[in-house]
Design a protein around this ligand. Structure first.
Ligand SMILES: [Mg+2]
Length: 197
């Protein structure tokens, strides 16, 4: 068995990916549905200026993060992974979101060794610092950037991250699949948890 360093994104990876939609629709008078979310840049989807979305996020960001739901199976998978591996959350959220992020991870029983709030989507340096063995992401651009820097990435499938992938990025649909791949890479027999798909 090999102990690994697992880097895990937060938004859309351990949270449900469309949690901002309802409040953003209300605020901007839109009616976007999850299937309409085909790009990562939310302001483009809402057909508004980036500054206007930024203003909305300044007002509601903490509340959005606090009330986000967890992705199905994420908490159970992370608890199991934490038994064998180092868990490092690496998010593009700003440092001012530290308290709300920690409170959310605690409330959803997601144990960890560290959390890094980068305030930027550039994650390769942090992956290098943490000696990442597997980086779990939902952002297509981040996955490509990490792959180019030589890291192995698991990309959790969403409406907004379609596209061709290099060979060190694997697309998958659920946390139970992530668990199998991580266990396989660490040579742990997949027998600890039967998770529904
Ligand atoms: Mg994300």
């Amino acid at each position: 068995m090999r102990q690994m360093n697992l880097c895990i994104d937060i938004d859309g990876t351990v949270t449900e990916p469309y949690y901002w939609l309802k409040r953003a629709n209300l605020y901007f008078g839109k009616q976007l549905q999850p299937e309409d979310v085909t790009a990562y840049e939310i302001h483009k989807l809402l057909d508004i200026e980036a500054d206007d979305y930024h203003e909305f996020y300044q007002l509601y960001g903490k509340l959005l993060h606090r009330e986000a739901k967890a992705r199905f199976g994420a908490s159970e998978a992370i608890q199991l992974l934490y038994k064998h591996h180092n868990i490092h959350f690496v998010t593009a959220r700003d440092e001012e979101m530290r308290d709300v992020s920690i409170e959310w991870l605690d409330r959803h029983n997601m144990p960890r060794d560290s959390i890094s709030l980068l305030g930027s989507h550039y994650k390769a340096n942090k992956a290098r610092e943490l000696n990442s063995d597997l980086f779990i992401e939902d952002c297509y651009g981040n996955a490509l950037q990490l792959a180019r820097s030589g890291f192995e990435v698991l990309l959790i499938d969403c409406t907004y991250n379609k596209g061709l992938l290099p060979e060190n990025v694997t697309r998958l649909k659920s946390w139970s699949e992530i668990l199998k791949i991580a266990d396989n890479k660490a040579q742990i027999p997949y027998s600890e948890l039967e998770m529904a798909q």
